[in-house]
Write a protein that binds this ligand. Sequence first.
Ligand SMILES: Cc1cc2nc3c(=O)[nH]c(=O)nc-3n(C[C@H](O)[C@H](O)[C@H](O)COP(=O)(O)O)c2cc1C
Length: 203
Amino acid sequence: MRQSQCWLLAICVVFGLASTALNAAPVPAKPDEILIVYFSRSGNTRTIAHFIQKHTGGTLFELEPVDAYPAGYDQTVIRSREEIEEKRMVKLRAMPEMSARYKVVFVGTPSWWRTIAPPVTTYLAQGRLAGKVVIPFITHGGGGHDLVGNAVRTLVPKGKITAPGAFAGRNIEAREPEVIRWLATVIVVDFSHRAAPAKVPVR
Ligand SMILES: Cc1cc2nc3c(=O)[nH]c(=O)nc-3n(C[C@H](O)[C@H](O)[C@H](O)COP(=O)(O)O)c2cc1C
């Protein structure tokens, strides 16, 4: 094979793999193979996580920083900016135990400074997600969330990452139909094996 052909093959492999990761067909999974991990400061991402739970039967886990964010928006903006700029790993009260039974992990975050919130950074970095299908979801205030996909891929280089689902935070309770439509593009749940949602152990 000539050198030019080798390069062409390498480029096809690289771009082929990348697009498989981003545009893959909906993943088949049973409810007990699905974990839904999220952080939410003011409730929007929690609402979407609960819709996902309702329509997949997966197991929910809420991430909580040891040092809770202030109730005040402005103070949270200031603190989170420092944490993101300094790439700080904020401490979490608990992490969900990663089990071999989980095949798909939904990871939810508010858009903060157009990227993931620091508690979610800690989870992605330490959550043992290599080899898992990771499906990010975002809630946002309309100011942008374009850095989320890259942040997830960088923190979980060995995960199979889908394009993030994004939901506007305004009128969040009305977004269940949007969530159902999006879920159909990323997952096919086999409910014939439905078990009661487990309480996820922590480590
Ligand atoms: C510190 C901070 C930074 C934010 N940055 C953005 C942003 O860059 N883009 C955006 O669309 N919304 C931004 N928002 C709005 C939130 O993403 C939005 O309200 C989200 O739905 C909140 O989710 P939660 O209720 O689960 O915490 C920011 C909010 C906070 C508190």
